[in-house]
Design a protein around this ligand. Structure first.
Ligand code: AMP
Ligand code: MG
Length: 484
């Protein structure tokens, strides 16, 4: 058997021991490979060639931990819907850091791998549907060009998990730049020992922000860097209509990747207050609220860093407030620039923001599909539908055409810009649910077809029409569930 330890390291275990618990996954009865991401395996060099299929499946289920690998669960805290809780990997285990063939350090984590000291009464397991949902959406995000954790494989365990009904158990192999969260810093701060937070800060900077190592005030520089990185990430989400669903501080990764796909979904028709999560009754994590929540989460990071930012608490607060206030300004600029690109504009002109808002208002009032409307605008001719023939829209359209003439670029390159930022295909929730339901019944064809369709999301291809059509009233999925 080829040695799976090759290229494995565990630098995380060099942190103070309070940050993790070493333990192995709990073995499962009958692991069976459901899907393996060959493309990702090739891209990263995670190579199972020459390894018997059975051993590969055993590895991906946690049943086989090659000698020399030291798996561990990470400790963290987190504000969940605004309330601080001690958490940690309650159903996940990091096998270690794989050094990819490009030299990237990637956490390999098994999600659904059994109980840990952080399970808090949970069973440590995951169900097939939610793990396949994470697989689909994380891969879709990757192909949309959005920083995200990736999915290498899903195996079923041969065991049943009990939720509101009996479900097939499964384990997802997640590949991530790291799993350090805002909540990891909250956890560190709760230890009330500056050296603990300091150790985590050094680790994070070395792993993800080496360029700020020489800054005078590294915690403040880190805060500023994370603020910009998160603003960029949320702008991406807003661009494609992605709603994370549980933006708790433990679900905000400091690698800048989108992480933890629970009740997330993509918006069909444009409505800023769209919420999918079944437990988000107040719309805390609604589409339009995501930038505010990101800023709120970053304030929690700032709080954890305060003692390191300045020994004088007042001064520390002042400095971090300045940093936090920059989020809004930076986000707004990046959002405007992104929205301009969605309508093919590169330069900034007065009146652009109003024009964008007017379009969004029209889409909202008329329940237009977010994805398809921008695709329509990028076409040579608008489709012959009544919605584009109203007086209001015609006026808007003329205004937009006049504005386009002010651009230095040609109409052709303006269209190319639109096509590069407006996806033609997104994982529409009804299609995702359809694929998951079939998979749970043993039919993986719709799942595989959907995954394939999402690999080239900016290509407007006729054969992808089934994935581009918004749901019929009868097909609409209003809620998705997390923690499953
Ligand atoms: P999530 O909503 O997936 O981000 O999870 C929030 C917290 O609950 C994390 O600490 C998870 O590890 C933990 N958790 C979620 N589901 C389970 C489960 N079935 N068993 C144990 N812990 C869980
Ligand atoms: Mg989580």
């Amino acid at each position: 058997m080829i040695d799976l330890r090759l290229n494995f390291e565990s630098t995380y275990l060099g942190l103070p021991t309070t940050f993790f618990t070493k333990l192995s996954p709990t073995a499962v009865s009958y692991p069976k490979l459901v899907i393996f991401n060959e493309r990702l395996a090739i891209q990263t060099g995670i190579n199972f060639s020459g390894i018997p299929e059975e051993d590969k499946t055993r590895f991906l289920s946690g049943n086989l931990v090659p000698a020399g690998i030291e798996p561990f669960a990470q400790a963290y805290a987190g504000h969940q819907f605004g309330n601080l809780t001690m958490l940690g990997d309650g159903r996940a285990i990091v096998l270690g850091e794989y050094i990819s063939k490009n030299g990237d350090r990637l956490d390999i984590q098994l999600k659904g791998s059994g109980k840990t000291p952080y399970s808090r009464g949970g069973d440590g397991r995951a169900a097939l549907g939610p793990m396949l949902r994470e697989y689909i959406i994380s891969e879709a995000m990757h192909f949309l060009g959005i920083p995200t954790t990736r999915s290498l494989a899903v195996v079923t365990t041969g065991e049943t998990v009990y939720r509101d009904k009996e479900l097939p158990g499964a384990i997802l192999t997640r590949i991530a730049a790291s799993h350090i969260r805002v909540g990891t810093f909250e956890y560190a701060a709760l230890q009330r020992n500056k050296t603990i937070t300091s150790a985590l800060l050094d680790y994070l900077i070395n792993r993800h922000f080496p360029e700020i190592r020489e800054e005078e005030n590294t915690p403040l520089a880190l805060l500023n860097a994370v603020i910009q990185q998160q603003a960029e990430l949320i702008v991406h989400w807003m661009r494609v209509g992605f709603i994370h669903g549980v933006m708790n501080t433990d679900n905000m990764a400091l690698s800048g990747e989108t992480i933890d796909y629970g009740p997330c979904a993509f918006m069909d028709r444009f409505a800023p207050d769209t919420v999918f999560s079944s437990i988000d009754h107040r719309g805390r994590y609604a589409y339009a609220n995501q930038p505010h929540i990101a800023q709120w989460n970053l304030a929690r990071l700032a709080e954890a860093l305060l003692p390191l930012i300045d020994e004088n608490k007042e001064l520390a607060i002042e400095k971090s407030e300045d940093a936090l206030n920059s989020f809004e300004v930076f986000y707004k600029e990046r959002w405007k620039s992104m929205m301009r690109s969605k309508i093919g504009l590169c330069q900034a002109e007065p009146g652009d923001e109003q024009m964008i808002t007017d379009l969004l208002d029209y889409m909202h009032q008329n329940q237009l599909d977010y994805t398809n409307t921008f695709c329509d605008l990028a076409r040579d001719e608008l489709p012959e539908t009544d919605i584009y023939k109203t007086g209001y829209f015609k006026k808007w359209h003329t205004r937009w055409k006049d504005r386009q003439k002010k651009e230095e670029r040609s109409l052709k390159s303006s269209r190319a810009l639109m096509k590069s930022v407006n996806p033609a295909v997104i994982p529409r929730n009804h299609k995702v649910e359809e694929a998951l339901q079939a998979a749970e019944e043993g039919n993986l064809c719709p799942f595989n077809d959907l995954v394939k369709a999402l690999e080239e999301p900016y290509k407007d291809d006729h054969c992808l029409a089934p994935y581009q059509t918004p749901p019929l009233a009868s097909e609409k999925v209003y809620q998705t569930f997390c923690g499953t």
